[in-house]
Design a protein around this ligand. Structure first.
Ligand SMILES: [Zn+2]
Ligand SMILES: [Zn+2]
Length: 142
């Protein structure tokens, strides 16, 4: 009879449940033979640094594509600049693109680039962005 992988898996799971100590022994032997899968702190730092620099490359390109300065007060300091959804629908749009409502990550920046930086965003500095997000008129425009 041909092995049925699904039935074998069910049988293995049942056996594991019936013999938890034996199972732990087998797992321990297996783990001892296998090289650890965790990254060293150095590897993790390298990967994180690479990912962060990739993100900022894309973010910088996006900021420049959207004018490179605050649409309200003309601030040009990169570290102060943020991307603002003109219609305040950022969370919804991010969720559509990346499956996550949170802050704009690399995936979102890639999407913007690949879609020719659609005019749904503008650059605002953190101050003007905060004033706008609070639903009020920026003090610069009062
Ligand atoms: Zn501003
Ligand atoms: Zn402003």
């Amino acid at each position: 009879m041909k092995d049925n992988p699904i039935r074998n898996r069910a049988r293995a799971l049942a056996w594991n449940r019936a013999h938890p100590e034996r199972r732990a022994e087998i797992q321990a032997k297996y783990d001892a033979k296998r090289p650890p899968r965790v990254r060293t702190p150095e590897q993790a730092a390298r990967n994180n640094a690479a990912a962060l620099s990739r993100y900022h490359e894309l973010r910088h390109a996006a900021i420049l594509a959207y004018g490179g300065r605050c649409a309200c007060c003309s601030e040009v300091e990169y570290d102060f600049l943020q991307l603002d959804h003109v219609n305040n629908d950022g969370g919804q749009h991010r969720e559509e693109i990346t499956g996550c409502r949170g802050t704009s990550g690399t995936k979102y920046m890639q999407w913007l680039r690949d879609n020719g930086y659609p005019p749904i965003l503008q650059v605002l500095c953190a101050n003007c962005h905060l004033a706008k997000s609070s639903g009020r008129t920026c003090p610069h425009k009062r």
